[in-house]
Design a protein around this ligand. Structure first.
Ligand code: HEC
Ligand code: HEC
Length: 354
């Protein structure tokens, strides 16, 4: 009798030990899978609060470590952090309403981050990783070799509708430090898959403004507003949803005001959350909505006739004259672009993509 009970006890003990060991092994196995990244954790897509996945063990630039909050407060790191902060919340430092008007280099309240998404690290959203290595660079708009500071000022005078930010200002230095840090592991020539924007296949017809308008109201206005004016964060100059047109938008000299460039950006990035590998809009839709946005009222940049001293280098979708061809301004704004591209191919042997 006692023997029997003892045996039962042993059996129960054996069973529970086996169960215990099995559970441990299972937990171990699951942890191993997580470690090997078979079961991904922390796959948050909530990029608005900036909690994107960071992989220390990077093999290409995008997976590198781009979170400035991990940097200590050395003097160099503080400059990098300021550059990041300025890039994300630009109007607080150089916007028209910041509290030091001498520093109001920007003429609108956009942030660099509004177009160079995820603080300049998103593939096909004009990422700035490796940008320091990609400069100096030949620039058609000025017809000369340009420095990185001049390129940044290109966005200051156009995308930000502002004025030149001096090369030795603390703001310019901080932006450059941030970009250097972003590219610290980029290839020597700064080139890799994902720079610039996606390229759509340009429809062989003019932009359809009626379709563009309906795409805008169905898919964009929920964030950017029915009047395209965007929406600011509460009690802030910084936009939650940036304006696509109106007085606080980029001016008519900006790259985003060219239909082809805007369509390329929109295709890989909008509606917000879209990534290059699963675009939401068709090429036709991106083209029509880009054309619609670019036809709306926005600030005008003075002296645009001085752009492109060598006029044949002007992108075909540059919306303002003069041109060295006989196509109308309207066709340069709304297409069809293939005949213009063919003209430059025939006459100057130049291949135009934008
Ligand atoms: C309204 C959108 C917009 C804003 C805001 C903007 N940019 Fe840009 N930026 C662009 C576009 C579009 C291009 C590419 C233009 C082209 O293809 O000609 C570009 C290109 C650049 C480049 C060159 C990128 C490369 O790969 O060659 C740099 C550097 C740059 N921007 C920096 C900035 C900085 C710094 C700010 C903030 C002060 C800023 N941009 C604000 C739209 C914007
Ligand atoms: C869910 C909200 C949302 C929707 C929907 C959306 N956007 Fe955006 N859009 C944003 C945000 C947010 C940014 C700025 C990104 C940042 O700062 O991180 C932006 C930036 C842009 C920009 C560049 C910045 C500027 O001011 O010009 C363009 C152009 C743009 N969106 C066009 C579109 C178009 C076209 C659609 C519709 C096809 C669209 N967006 C739909 C949220 C949205």
């Amino acid at each position: 009798m006692e023997d029997q009970e003892f045996q039962n006890k042993i059996k129960r003990l054996a069973y529970s030990s086996i169960l215990y060991c099995c559970s441990l092994m299972l937990i171990g196995f699951v942890l191993l899978l997580v470690y090997l990244n078979v079961i991904p954790i922390n796959n948050s897509n909530d990029y608005l609060d900036n909690s994107y996945v960071i992989d220390l063990d990077f093999k290409e630039p995008y997976q590198a470590y781009f979170d400035v909050s991990f940097l200590d407060d050395s003097e160099d790191n503080l400059e990098i952090k300021f550059g990041y902060e300025l890039f994300k919340n630009t109007p607080n430092y150089i916007g028209p309403n910041n509290d030091n008007l001498e520093r109001a280099y920007a003429g609108n309240n956009l942030s660099c981050n509004n177009c160079h998404l995820y603080a300049g690290t998103k593939k096909y959203a004009g990422p700035l990783i490796g940008i320091i290595q990609r400069f100096p660079q030949f620039r058609g708009r000025e017809n000369k070799i340009g420095t990185i500071e001049e390129r940044i000022n290109g966005c200051m005078e156009r995308s930000m509708n502002g004025r030149v930010m001096p090369k030795d200002s603390k703001e310019m230095k901080a932006i450059i430090s941030y970009m250097k840090w972003l590219g610290r592991d980029a290839p020597e020539d700064g080139k890799f898959e994902g720079t610039g924007f996606l390229t759509i296949e340009i429809p062989k017809r003019p932009v359809d403004l009626t379709k563009g308008e309906s795409i805008f109201s169905n898919m964009c206005s929920v964030c950017h507003g029915e009047n395209g004016g965007g929406e600011k964060l509460p009690n802030s100059n910084v936009y939650k949803y940036p304006p696509l047109w109106g007085d606080d938008s980029f001016n008519n000299g900006a790259g985003m005001n060219r239909v082809i460039t805007a369509a390329n950006f929109i295709k890989g990035n909008m509606p917000f959350g879209t990534t290059y590998d699963s675009p939401v809009l068709t090429d036709e839709e991106a083209y029509d909505v880009a054309g619609y946005i670019n036809q709306q009222h926005r600030p005008t940049k003075p002296n645009l006739e001085l752009d492109f001293p060598d006029l044949k280098r002007k992108p075909v979708s540059t919306p303002y004259p003069p041109y060295v061809d006989d196509f109308s301004i309207k066709q340069h704004q709304l297409g069809p672009f293939q005949p213009i591209m063919e003209f430059y191919k025939m006459k100057y042997n130049m291949i135009k993509k934008k």
